[in-house]
Design a protein around this ligand. Sequence first.
Ligand code: GLU
Length: 507
Amino acid sequence: MSSVRVRFAPSPTGPLHMGGVRTALYNYLFAKKHNGTFLIRIEDTDQTRFVAGAQDYIMDALKWCGIMPTEGPGLGGEFGPYVQSERKEMYKPFAEQLIAEDKAYYAFDSAEDLDRMRDQAKAMGMPNWQYNSVTRSSMRNSLTLPQSEVEQLLAKGEPFVIRMKMPRNRDVRFHDLIRGWVVVNTNNLDDKVLFKSDGMPTYHLANIVDDHTMAISHVIRGEEWLPSAPLHILLYEAFGWDCPEFAHLPLLLRPDGNGKLSKRDGDRLGFPVFPTNWTTIEGELYSGYREKGYVPGAFINMLALLGWNPGTTQEIFTLEELVEAFSLERVSKAGAKFDPEKTKWFQQQYLRSLPNSELAQQLREITELKQSDLELERICSLMKERATFAQDILTDGAYLFERPTSFDADTIRKKWKSETTGYINEWKALIVELSDFTSTNIEQTFKSFLSEKQLGIGAVLLPYRLVLTGVGAGPGMFEISEFLGKEEVLARIDLGLAAVEQILHEA
Ligand code: GLU
């Protein structure tokens, strides 16, 4: 059996949308699963849509996601170059071969000629005029002009394009690994341009020539390319080449299921649609998952399940486990609704499973911290169950890094009773006596204090939290106390009580 070779073939027309990352991911998983090769090819034949920086962005994003191809620009490989504009010279002979075999033809119609035909057709009630097997007979091309004139025009350097000579009334059938059999009649297809007047091939010609010459075995790409597949099949046939297998992936839909997730949706609906930040030359910023604080594993895990399911209830997968479980048969035909809340849930699960030492390192990358590694690890262990992003540990757990400078006045006013300050002072006196300042010991002492005073836990624990941390919720108070240490706890009780006093006075 010939080996599996798949490609991700983005056009550098902008940053990589997360739908594109998912296409790359499925290609990567499929290749790894079959001990094959995953390569990247940059399809930049449309020079008018070229965006500077997009190629670097794409490579950088794939790297962050951990799904790097092994062949591609800057990566080496035996089938290069991997950027179509660098392969420019290769394509024309293929287009000429098709002309020689009467499967394609030169067309000399100017943009104005084509506009005129469209307008005329519209005026006659046909809004969708196409250059096709019927209309080509009334256009200026090598099928209608005498050969001598064609030769003259070519010799003169008259601008031309090369068009596919679409056969009439033929059913093109092909099998898609996700969609099953697809049948399209050629009467519904136009004579697509294969080679342009600027000397570049179009996407269609370059894509087929490259997939063939790069020995691609499976074409795994987005559903938006399904309408082009019949033309591609006909091109393989015209060249007498074997067709790769096709798999067209379902669309990514907006959270409400209403239409395709577009690059504008993300920031508008409050979530990124790009793997990493992208700033346009006009200075407009599109946010990315990396900069929002997502770990790549969570992002990739979430994407893997957008359109594919493992057939079990397992949701958390490492990349290796995804490779193991992945199959194209389990990719659905239906569009996959993106769920921003579920995406956060994945991030939460990943954050929780990170070793404290790694999380501590992430905190240091975000900001400069004076705490020792050990202290940071203890903070992480206290906070990580309540955090979604590493950043949350810094903000929600700020009191573990510094003494609180602000206190939740609303909760204090609501919960502080006339006897509360007295209880806290009594509890403080017990702390002073405590020699073994561990959470278990603190908890035991606290509980016997409560039962002696016949108090409910809320009467003292929440006030104690408020004076120590300034806020009304957080990890266990006894663990926090142990972490802060006796001296710090005592100092914070004094400072906290003074702050409470002031708040109650202001009220
Ligand atoms: N260059 C196309 C794109 O930008 C690739 C389509 C394909 O994979 O054939 O999506």
